[in-house]
Design a binder for this molecule. Structure first.
Ligand SMILES: Nc1ncnc2c1ncn2[C@@H]1O[C@H](COP(=O)(O)OP(=O)(O)OP(=O)(O)O)[C@@H](O)[C@H]1O
Length: 918
């Protein structure tokens, strides 16, 4: 019997593990069922051996580790059945080798007739078999003893074996073990072939009977009350007809039928029918018929309950399906909603793009306007130059012609006079000769009668000559009149030309004024505060050449990348009026700011300053490198040169006077850099700007008339400039240097005058100071620099917001530059960047300052803000896309679930093992 049970249990165990997924609740996964079994087992072991305190949620492998040396197993058995392993003595200590312990435990299990596992299962195989064996052991001792201990089942009687087998079936989740066992005992009669056939074929009906509703009551319940039916089966060996009436009525009265396993009921029905057939006459005694009816009624009741249950389940499935359908609808609606939202965002994005494109087009148009205006201006200038040249030529021709004509007139006059004199002398001579002849003829008339004719001829000749002379005299007079007339005509023509030239000259001033106006309109179109960003190249001999500048756009875009952060988050983009790459030349940079220099000659105050950390190229841009050739000249030299050039061009209409001051602001003290004695005298700043435009009137001021003057002055200034050394740049400038060019112009024609100033500022290094690196004087310097730079930022920011109060007075720097910041003044800032990775954080703070300044200019600010908006929207769109993708996934999963649910429960049931319906 033991071996049969063993085999059955093993069989059960195998099948159970092979169909593990169907052994528990049909929706419960294998792992969770395993975990539950483990939990029950561990709890049981802990209740028996509390000193172990095994963790309730121990995994298979942890449990294996506890059990593998067999100590706990032996202790367990000794606790349940003291002395079952004598060598172990229940001391709780392992006495033997682990293999010995396990052998002893398995032998004890064999002796009890309980299913066992193999030692190898505990060492490395599936723990499932081990668990099942131990759970059987638990069931053995818990169900039977009531108190759970020390009262194992007697394995002597076949009914006990049947019961235990049912318990095994329950424990392993295989109801049919119990069922077969029961049937085999019920139909042990050799004549009951029909019964055996039924056992072999497990009909749908029978399977349905073993569903949760139709299945036999629990093993425990059966144990207490089910034996009534065993009794019947025992009695039935003698035939149902022979059952004592008291037994039958007791069965019918009691609730035995309600709790009897359906198979038992069917067996009774089959038995009665078999018996009736065997008896040939087919008669069934009344009381047996009653029992039969009662049993059939019970079966009917169960079938109807089952049908009801199936209906309920069906409804449940339908409700669930509807729930899933509605969820799917909600998710579909959500997904559609999300795409609508995306569409709205995309539309907004498109609108913003359109606005951006429109703005860019407007800017392009403005730029084209600027180019056109510049061209017109150039054309005007050329026209003026041509008129001027023509005027010069005409003037010279006129003067030449006048001189020539005067000379010609003088010569003609002279000739005429000479001729007249000749004629007069001739006339005199002729008259004398005539008189002589008359006298001679009177005295010698008679004597010389012969010569009368000769005299006549001579007289006629003389008269002819006289007539010729008169004629010549008349033609000369006519010529003189003619020449005088042509002179008069020429004079008239020249007069007309002079009048035209005079008119043109009068217009020339107006055209110049118009030109100046156009020029300033162009400058205003470009903005009164401009930010140009310049990136310094890596220095010669520098090894580390990794740059933080990722992208330089043609339209002033700049993307900087954080070397310590990957991806999108590490990138930051900026927008300025212009960004110069490290290869930009000094000439290229200057050509963009040149129009501002011209504005200074038109009466506008201009301020150009370079901002950036030490070593970023401020001095290079403003002054140029040490000992620079003309090609490397910085803004200062080029600006002054240009002022001379333009003022010379305008000399016929304007008279300019250019003077230069050079100041230094060091530790909030203003010093004169052009003082010949290198004066350390501190200068005062006038609180309000003076009519002559001098904020620091005490500072030396020198007139400059040419490049050489400028070079000399700059040299003096640079020599006097205070310098300090920090860890960053040994040639570091820790002071602000300001070159101020004062322009005084006078309109020659109108006599009106104007005054303007051009400030060229090389600011001190903007780097933040690490207090641990500098102390004392250096720290003080740094604090002053920080204060003045932030005051500069505040002033510009206040101007941006059009505040009533502009905090000029917060630093000496802003006080000196006051006239060139705000109002009609034009300001340009060079943002100098050092592209090295080590300077990343300084670069970022420089760019943020510049962004704050560029925010003043609406155009730049707007476009930079647009850039940010677009970026923000792009991020929103990306996150929305992610959400949609997630939602799609959820929908897919739900669809999958729905498809699974749509498979009919019956079909499911067919696929499942019968063990799933207990
Ligand atoms: N565009 C450039 N092309 C070539 N060399 C440059 C450029 N800009 C700067 N340099 C070089 O980089 C070094 C540092 O430049 P510079 O002295 O102008 O920096 P800075 O910002 O004025 O520093 P400081 O605050 O100390 O005055 C110099 O050797 C300079 O010649």
């Amino acid at each position: 019997m033991n071996s049969i049970l063993d085999r059955v249990a093993k069989d059960c165990g195998r099948r159970n593990s092979s169909s593990a997924s169907t052994s528990g609740d049909i929706f419960e996964p294998l792992s969770s069922s395993n975990a539950k079994q483990r939990g029950i087992l561990v709890e049981w072991i802990n209740s028996l051996l509390p000193h172990l305190s095994l963790p309730i949620n121990a995994s298979d492998e942890e449990l294996r580790a506890y059990l593998v040396d067999g100590t706990i197993l032996c202790q367990l058995l000794n606790k349940l059945k003291p002395g079952s392993i004598p060598e172990f003595g229940g001391s709780g200590h392992s006495l033997g080798l682990s293999s010995e312990n396990i052998k002893m435990f398995l032998a004890a299990m064999d002796e009890m007739g309980l299913p066992r596992f193999q030692a190898s299962d505990l060492e490395k195989g599936s723990m499932k078999i081990v668990l099942e064996c131990l759970l059987t052991l638990r069931a053995e001792f818990m169900n039977v003893g009531g108190d759970g201990f020390n009262t194992p089942l007697s394995r002597k009687s076949s009914s006990d074996a049947s019961t235990r087998c049912k318990q095994l079936g329950e424990t392993f989740g295989c109801a049919d073990v119990a069922y077969r066992q029961e049937l085999s005992s019920t139909h042990s009669s050799p004549s009951s072939t029909e019964g055996k056939r039924k056992i072999g074929s497990d009909s749908k009906f029978q399977r349905a009977l073993r569903s949760p509703v139709m299945a036999e009551p629990s093993a425990a319940l059966l144990h207490h009350v089910g034996h009534k039916f065993h009794e019947v089966f025992q009695l039935k060996q003698g035939g149902y007809a022979d059952l004592p009436p008291s037994k039958i009525s007791e069965m019918m009265k009691s609730n035995s039928l309600d709790i009897a396993p359906t198979q038992s009921l069917l067996s009774v029905v089959n038995g009665i029918l078999d018996e009736s057939i065997e008896r040939k006459n087919g008669e069934i005694p009344h009381r047996v018929a009653c029992l039969l009816r009662k049993v059939v009624q019970e079966i009917e009741r169960r079938i109807s309950t089952q049908a009801e249950h199936l209906r309920t389940q069906n409804n449940l499935f339908k409700t669930r399906e509807e729930k899933y359908q509605s969820r799917i609808r909600v998710l579909e609606a959500l997904a559609t909603g999300t795409s609508e939202e995306t569409q709205i965002v995309m539309n907004q994005l498109q609108q913003i793009k359109n606005v951006k494109i429109k703005m860019e087009e407007e800017k392009k148009n403005e730029d084209q306007d600027v180019v056109r205006l510049m061209k017109e201006k150039d054309d005007h200038s050329q026209e003026i130059a041509t008129v001027k040249q023509e005027m010069e030529i005409a003037k010279r021709t006129y003067e030449q012609r006048s001189v020539e004509m005067e000379k010609e007139a003088r010569e003609a006059q002279q000739k005429l006079e000479e001729r007249l004199k000749e004629v007069e002398s001739l006339l005199k001579e002729s008259t004398n000769r005539v008189k002589e002849i008359e006298m001679f003829s009177e005295s010698k008339s008679q004597r010389w009668s012969k010569k009368e004719n000769v005299y006549q001829i001579f007289t006629e000749f003389q008269l002819g000559a006289l007539r010729e002379l008169r004629f010549a005299s008349q033609s000369i007079k006519q010529e003189i009149v003619k020449t005088q007339r042509s002179y008069a005509e020429e004079f008239n023509q020249l007069g007309a030309k002079f009048r035209a030239l005079d008119h043109a000259a009068a217009n020339y001033s107006a055209v110049l004024a118009e030109n100046r106006k156009l020029h300033n309109e162009v400058q205003e179109l470009k903005g009164n505060i401009r930010v140009y960003c310049r990136i310094r190249p890596f220095l010669r001999g520098q090894k580390e050449k990794q740059t933080v500048v990722e992208y330089i756009g043609e339209n002033g875009e700049l993307v900087v990348v954080n070397p310590s952060r990957q991806g999108k988050e590490g990138r930051r983009s900026f927008k300025f009026n212009t960004v110069y790459s490290p290869t930009a030349t000094q000439a290229q940079v200057y050509s963009d700011i040149q129009p501002l220099i011209q504005s200074a000659l038109d009466g506008f105050n201009v301020c150009i300053f370079a901002y950036g950390q030490t070593g970023s190229g401020k001095t290079y841009t403003m002054t140029g490198p040490d000992g620079a050739s003309e090609e490397d000249w910085g803004v200062n030299y080029r600006a002054l040169n240009d002022l001379f050039r333009i003022s010379q061009m305008r000399e016929s209409t304007f008279k300019y006077e250019i003077k230069v001051q050079m100041l230094e602001i060091y530790n909030e003290q203003v010093r004169d850099l052009l003082s010949s004695d290198g004066s350390q005298k501190r200068l005062g700043i006038l609180s309000t700007s003076q009519p002559n435009g001098l904020a620091v009137p005490e500072a030396s001021m020198f007139p400059v008339n040419g490049t050489s003057d400028v070079l000399d002055l700059m040299d003096t200034g640079l020599r006097n400039r205070a310098k300090g050394s920090t860890a960053m740049n040994e040639r570091s400038s820790r002071s602000h240097s300001i070159v101020t060019i004062h322009v005084h112009g006078k309109d020659i024609k109108s006599g009106s005058s104007m005054h303007s100033s051009l400030h060229l500022v090389d600011l001190a290094g903007s780097e933040r100071v690490d207090r641990s690196e500098v102390t004392g004087d250096r720290l003080k310097e740094a604090q002053h620099i920080n204060k003045s730079l932030s005051a500069l930022g505040d002033v510009i920011s206040a101007l941006a917001q059009k505040n009533a109060h502009i905090p000029y007075r917060n630093s000496k720097l802003t006080q000196v530059l006051q006239t060139s910041l705000g109002g009609q003044a034009k300001t340009l800032m060079f943002v100098q960047l050092n592209p090295e990775v080590a300077s990343y954080s300084e670069t970022m703070s420089t760019l943020k300052f510049a962004e704050r300044v560029s925010g003043v200019e609406l155009g730049a600010a707007r476009s930079s803000k647009d850039g940010r908006d677009v970026r923000d929207l792009m991020e929103q769109v990306t996150s929305l896309k992610d959400t949609i993708a997630k939602k799609d996934e959820e929908i897919e999963q739900l669809q999958l679930l729905k498809d699974q649910k749509n498979v009919s429960p019956e079909a499911n049931g067919e696929k499942r093992s019968p063990h799933s319906f207990r």
